[in-house]
Design a protein around this ligand. Structure first.
Ligand SMILES: [Zn+2]
Length: 393
């Protein structure tokens, strides 16, 4: 099972480790004027990360301006507004400074700003995207990640939401790898516990899904095992004490490995179903959406997969040394969720209603047939609805 081949173009230069933001000014820059993309929240400014980044860019001889219009689950309109600001200000590269939403949006802006007279959805997949190839090279971009979740600093797609079509799908281009990524766990010390948990479980699930996908291969197994082990050793510690730099380093490492996993294999239907949830409910954080469905989804997969030993492996990677049954993975997952106080999230808290389950299942299957195609155990629409119903409270 799985494959004995892989493609890996990990072309992003990664500076990993505490304090590495201070090295930005010493790096060769891909342009003369940067658009620094940050979130619409206050934290990037309040924590001093924006000032520090702009000072480092100035030290490297680069001018910079700021676009601060990216929200959670970044919207098509935010990417379009950012791309316009890049063009209007004559910027020749992008620096995305923030969490996964900012990195995904900044990455999509770097591509879209270079394609005049187009619509972002010309380059999207999913249900209504036109799947066109960009005709011009993307602008270069630099990733500075302030959270441990998406691994977006080393992959070449951004996930963007289109509220007009209820789609939340990937937009990318083959040249959209960041030129440089800074993964500095010191920048993650200020992430509040609740978001440390949401993002940490997202990082875990990228590698869990990669590990059980039918595309798994020797290289992805190495990366995914490393990520899952680091989550097992570090997530609860980072949740309980956000100032634990060693735990933050472990989660940052797991996060970047998860990004590599998406290049070597792919997420499967768990992510496709979550994207349908947050496409219908934009204020649902991605990690929370995954946590809502993960026990029911994992139980279905652990019971039906033709490779049950992979679920036993993952329970061991997460710290259950005596694991012997695929459901031990679900039990260990449940323990971690309780330890991070995210075992009792409720769909109804985000306004999700049962009558949406049919349309959500259809949306997930239509937007992501490629992810369902590589599931360990195939899922029908009825199976997806059953997982959603079992997850409801
Ligand atoms: Zn994710």
């Amino acid at each position: 099972m799985g494959r004995n081949f892989y493609d890996w173009n990990a072309s992003t230069r990664v500076l990993f480790g505490p304090g590495r933001l201070n090295d930005l000014g010493d790096q060769p820059m891909p342009g003369k004027k940067a658009m620094v993309v940050i979130s619409s929240g206050k934290s990037t400014r309040a924590n001093g990360y924006l000032d520090r980044t702009q000072a480092e860019l100035a030290r490297a001889g680069v001018e910079s301006c700021v676009f601060d219009g990216v929200g959670p689950n970044p919207l098509k309109s935010a990417v379009e507004a950012g791309a316009k600001a890049i063009c209007d200000n004559g910027c020749d590269f992008v620096v995305a400074l923030g969490g996964g939403s900012v990195l995904d949006a900044g990455k999509a802006m770097a591509m879209f700003a270079a394609q005049p007279n187009t619509d972002l959805w010309d380059f999207a997949g999913g249900i209504t995207g036109k799947r066109m190839k960009p005709s011009k090279p993307s602008l270069p971009w630099i990733a500075i990640t302030t959270t441990a979740g998406t691994g977006s600093e080393v992959d070449h797609h951004g996930v963007i939401s289109n509220p007009d079509t209820n789609e939340k799908i990937g937009v990318g281009a083959p040249d959209l790898y960041a030129r440089l990524a800074i993964v500095d766990p010191e920048l993650m010390l200020t992430v509040p516990p609740r978001f440390t948990a949401y993002q940490g479980f997202d990082a875990l699930f990228h590698s869990v899904e990669g590990y059980v996908s039918t595309l798994h291969n020797p290289m992805s197994d190495m990366v995914d095992r490393a990520a899952i082990e680091h989550v097992g050793a570090s997530l609860v510690r980072a949740y309980e004490d956000g100032s634990d730099l060693d735990a933050r380093c472990g989660m940052a490492y797991a996060n970047t490995m998860g990004g590599y996993s998406m290049e070597l294999t792919s997420c499967v239907s768990q992510h496709a179903i979550e994207h349908a949830l947050s496409a219908f409910h934009h204020d649902l954080p991605h990690g929370a959406g995954l946590l809502l469905i993960t026990r029911a989804w994992s139980t279905f997969q652990a019971k039906h997969t033709p490779e049950p030993e992979r679920f036993v492996d993952m329970a061991r990677f997460l710290g259950k040394a005596d694991a012997a049954d695929p459901m031990d993975y679900v039990a260990r997952l449940d323990e971690l969720m309780h330890a991070c106080d995210v075992a009792d999230l409720k769909m109804s808290d985000w306004g999700i209603t049962k009558d949406e389950f049919g349309p959500m299942a259809e949306n997930a299957l239509a937007a992501y047939p490629d992810r369902f195609a590589i599931d360990p155990a195939p899922m029908t629409k009825e199976d997806v609805v059953a997982v959603l119903e079992e997850s409801f409270s």
